[in-house]
Design a protein. Structure first.
Lengths: 115, 306, 543
């Protein structure tokens, strides 16, 4: 099994966003963390690269990403006032894409800050 | 870390929620201008209950729940040497002597800082409390150097604020229905919109409102077409029409994240996910929408929100 | 391929002052001639043809401006709206425009290059992210250096050579283009709640480092590194009555070096208090005119809403105390800081009236237009999209005198603006808005219409109402593409970023790494901005 090490990795669990972690991975899971706190270590170890969930679900039934993307686009296009919500656990690159999409569909875009 | 010799945590429990805040950023490191590290600093914890963070504090001030605003206002009066009502002070659970001592320490600090948490900004008074802390800190700068910072929870909630500000001009709750950004918290914030039933579709990105929001909001999400992008199948996914599994930020998805002090950091993912990233999926949805006839904003035709 | 024909061309860099001639474009560049079929023609008869505008000093992206956006939702509400369309992103204009609106507004004015004048290295990644979302215009960044403790500590030790290596490494880490000095030493002192008001006194926390030493050292370092743009300096005591002495002293320190003096208007005051504030533009211009090593930008103010943003933290705290308005302060670890205060300049206010006059006086009294450029220190003095109002004031003496007469009577005794007869010519406007700033920035393909230049062209309808003329260009071309027509955005193109790669000894990292581990909360390896974040990087090797 391949053993990979990444230094100066960034932990995104809490708002501290510490960027000095050392991560060790074997295969599809992280096996060791250095400098991570208890919360960070759990965060890293709980996320694996295993295929644990279906790629996509439509009305609860497994589907392909392609079909799910098309269904999502149809729903959002048809809506008069769609909501784009969350954004706190995605990257800035994804956030920028989300704002662009919200513009395209004429919706409201909001994050956890509004809670 | 390099300068602060006086640190206040207000309405937060960093020992449990931001475990490395003390050790990496604020209390224990030996700073450039605080060579003694922990010994060179005084830490005051203000909260409504005793938490594990109390052990790290030099002074713990237990405020009665819901009385934060009164305490801050009293401190602002004391900073300016204005008279305060003893009876009112007593209602806060603290004594005038404690508050006078705190004001003395604040004024004598070389570099002071207040970190305020959700125990202040999300309880009774909410943004009034935050505004009062900001005013207190601004006024303290007439005496010494004082700064403050909110303790943010979720990983990249700061990034969401920052990105929305530069793209739309507002930090959250931005309505693009008319084709340009409008901002009105309370009207365009998610819980209000959902409880009123204003939305007719929802795209949920890396959040689980189905587990955290008020029931009427969840009921509305179940009524309308809801789409979820998340590394896991969440409670919201179960009430949604569409769920798409995505790679976890920082573990298998690359990109940028903002620290709570608005410093951007790169991600160095270690695993190869079998799932696409949020960014890729959002862009693909966008491409599909773009392929359809253009939507015209309100200024060109009927009001689309009606 | 494209030919602009019949227009009166103003290309002062090539000695062309209003002659009717063709401008030819091929592959995004100006060429001597285009031939054959497939040449599009723009009939510019009755119009004037300028090189695209270049803004030498503006604040359009980054942590501070983005903080200001959040602080002023009331201004955003009344601002110009940019409505989403299949081609355009949504946005809002106003005093702190969103990134997309910034690109559209600059292009809409005929400007095609902007220099973001204050970038903290620690958050340079943020600035580049915003610049990537600022369409159409080309961009460059000046990196904040005069309060960087790594540099100041080396100056304290007298290690000038190592300081130079560190500066070079930092510029490259930030993917910057130039070096900016803001209130040298004063921002570092502000972290202790102090300022640096006297150039010869040690900065708070140091025994040998004085503002004077910082200024002279950085000017020498920038010269040694052969950066295309000289040291870009915001003097100490910005906005303070009597600061003329500090400004003159700073300029004397810079003798023998090239330097660019930022927003000079804020540094040309006499008097010893707010009640005795007066213009010293004439004194400043006299010295400046005799010292060709210097360039400057006006930093003019216009009456109305603004938001003041500067790395000059102590000044911002003073402004907050004076106005009782909102105040935002950002301290950036080890490097710099920033203050943000919304502000309204009022024509009826004596101080504001003097400030308004000083900006125009400097533009009129500095006799070489190649050394003084049109800016408002956006958004501090006024928004960049109000430049046409200033052009009108510069070109029309009667209109200017009429405005001067409306000032408070007390102000008239403290300014000389009413006595100045000079009127700018169209050629001189082309110099202060384009050719001059391009030359000062060392951008050889900008600011002119000679063969080889980037095909950035602004075409205006000839109109005696100069404000109207410059507010709505008939056409704007960026890299040979028509991006604006009749005041509307026609096509959105991506801008490039100019960055420099100064040479430095790679071993300097061995020196910096342990210091970082000790004093920064960010990992050393995560600190430099990655190349892929810089959109369309145009890298210049130097030193």
């Amino acid at each position: 099994m391949t053993h990979t090490v990444v230094k100066n990795a960034t932990c995104t669990f809490c708002g501290c966003v510490c960027d000095d972690m050392e991560l060790h991975a074997e295969g599809d899971r992280i096996v060791k963390t250095k400098l991570a706190c208890g919360l960070g270590e759990a965060w890293f170890k709980n996320h694996t690269a295993e295929h644990l969930y279906p790629d996509a679900l439509i009305d609860g039934q497994p589907s392909s990403v392609e079909e799910a993307v098309q269904a999502a686009a149809d729903y959002l296009y048809e809506a008069d006032m769609p909501l784009v919500y969350g954004l706190s656990n995605i990257t800035c690159e994804a956030q920028r894409a989300a704002v662009a999409l919200a513009e395209r569909i004429g919706g409201v875009v909001d994050s956890h800050t509004s809670l | 870390m390099n300068r602060a010799d006086f640190i206040i945590y207000w309405g937060g429990n960093p020992a449990d929620c931001h475990p490395r805040h003390f050790t990496k950023y604020t209390l224990t490191p030996k700073g450039k201008h605080v060579p003694m590290g922990r010994k060179g600093r005084t830490m005051v914890l203000v909260d409504v209950r005793e938490t594990p963070s109390v052990r790290a504090a030099d002074i713990f001030l237990q405020v009665r729940p819901g009385k934060d605003f009164e305490v801050i206002t009293t401190l602002r009066a004391l900073v300016k040497n204005q008279p305060v009502d003893q009876a009112r002070v007593a209602e806060t659970g603290l004594t005038l002597a404690q508050l006078q001592d705190l004001v003395g320490r604040m004024k004598n600090a070389r570099f002071g800082v207040i970190f305020f948490g959700m125990g202040l900004s999300m309880t009774r008074g909410k943004h009034m409390n935050s505004a009062a802390v900001l005013a207190l800190v601004a006024e303290l700068n007439a005496f010494t150097k004082f700064v403050c910072m909110p303790m943010r929870g979720h990983g990249n909630v700061t990034g969401a604020d920052v990105v929305m500000r530069w793209t739309t001009g507002f930090p959250f709750g931005v309505n693009l229905c008319r084709g340009y950004p409008r901002f009105n918290p309370g009207e365009f914030s998610t819980v209000d919109l959902l409880v009123r039933g204003d939305n007719d579709a929802a795209l949920i990105l890396g959040a689980d409102p189905g587990a955290t929001m008020p029931q009427p909001a969840i009921d509305h999400l179940a009524r309308i077409p809801t789409i979820v992008l998340d590394p896991k199948v969440t409670r919201t996914s179960r009430l949604a029409r569409v769920h798409i599994t995505t790679a976890a930020m920082g573990i298998s998805a690359p990109g940028t994240v903002y620290r709570m002090d608005e410093i951007p950091l790169p991600l160095r993912p270690i695993l190869q996910s079998p799932y696409p990233t949020d960014e890729v999926v959002i862009r693909r949805i966008h491409e599909q929408v773009k392929a359809k006839p253009a939507w015209l904003p309100a200024s060109f035709k009927k009001v689309p929100c009606a | 391929m494209l030919r602009i024909t019949g227009g009166r061309v103003y290309d002062p860099a090539n000695g062309i002052h209003g002659e009717v001639k063709d401008v030819c474009i091929s592959d995004g560049r100006i060429v001597a001639e285009v031939e054959g079929t497939g040449v599009r023609t723009i009939d510019a008869s009755g119009m004037v043809v300028f090189p695209g505008g270049v803004d030498v000093h503006t604040h359009v992206a980054g942590a501070a401006l983005n903080f200001a956006r959040a602080m002023t939702p009331e201004n955003q509400r009344e601002a110009v709206k940019f409505i989403h369309s299949p081609e355009l992103r949504a946005g809002i204009g106003g005093i702190t425009p969103t990134t997309f609106a910034t690109g559209y507004l600059y292009a809409g004015l005929g400007y095609t290059t902007v220099n973001e004048a204050a970038v903290p290295i620690l958050s340079a990644r943020h600035t580049h992210e915003e610049l990537r979302d600022t369409p159409i215009v080309d961009k460059s960044c000046c990196v904040l250096m005069a309060n960087n403790e790594l540099v100041l500590d080396l100056l304290e030790e007298g290690e000038t050579e190592r300081a130079k290596q560190v500066v070079a490494w930092l510029i490259w880490a930030a993917k910057g283009y130039g070096v900016k000095a803001v209130n040298p030493g004063g921002v570092a002192a502000w972290k202790w709640g102090k300022d640096a008001k006297i150039l010869s006194e040690p900065v708070e926390g140091y025994s040998k480092v004085t503002p004077a030493k910082i200024i002279a050292s950085l000017a020498a370092i920038v010269n040694d590194l052969q950066l295309p743009h000289p040291l870009h300096i915001h003097c100490n005591n910005l906005g303070a009555p009597g600061n003329i002495s500090t400004t003159l002293e700073t300029m004397k320190l810079l003798e023998g070096y090239r330097a660019h003096m930022a927003h000079l208007q804020f540094h040309a005051y006499g008097g010893d208090g707010w009640n005795s504030l007066r213009s010293e533009a004439a004194t400043l211009a006299e010295y400046f005119n005799a010292h060709p090593n210097l360039t400057a930008d006006a930093g003019a103010i216009l009456f109305g809403n603004s938001v003041t943003i500067t790395a000059d933290g102590p000044w911002q705290h003073l402004l907050y105390q004076l106005t009782g308005h909102k105040w935002g302060n950002l301290d950036v670890e080890n490097e710099t800081g920033c203050g943000i205060v919304p502000y309204v300049y009022k024509g009826s206010n004596l101080v504001n009236a003097v400030q308004w006059a000083v900006g125009l006086e400097l533009l009129l009294l500095i006799n070489d237009p190649w050394r003084i450029f049109l800016t408002t220190d956006h958004p501090n003095g006024a928004c960049f999209w109000r430049y046409p109002e200033i052009i009108h004031l510069l070109m029309d003496v009667d209109f200017r005198r009429e405005r001067v007469r409306k000032l408070p009577a007390k102000a008239l005794k403290r300014i000389v603006l009413g006595d100045l007869d000079r009127e700018y010519t169209l050629s001189e406007i082309a110099v202060i808005t384009s050719a001059g700033p391009a030359r000062a920035l060392g951008l050889s393909r900008k600011g002119h219409l000679g063969p080889g230049a980037d095909a950035d062209v602004a075409i205006y309808n000839e109109n005696p109402d100069r404000e109207l003329m410059f507010r709505y260009p008939r056409y704007v071309l960026k890299g040979g593409q028509v991006v604006v027509e009749e005041g509307a955005i026609r096509k959105v193109v991506d801008g490039r970023e100019f960055i420099v790669h100064p040479s430095f000894d790679e071993n300097i990292e061995e020196y910096l790494r342990p210091l970082f581990e000790q004093y920064y909360t960010m990992s050393f390896d995560n600190y430099p901005v990655e190349m892929h974040r810089v959109e369309g990087a145009d890298i210049r090797e130097c030193g």
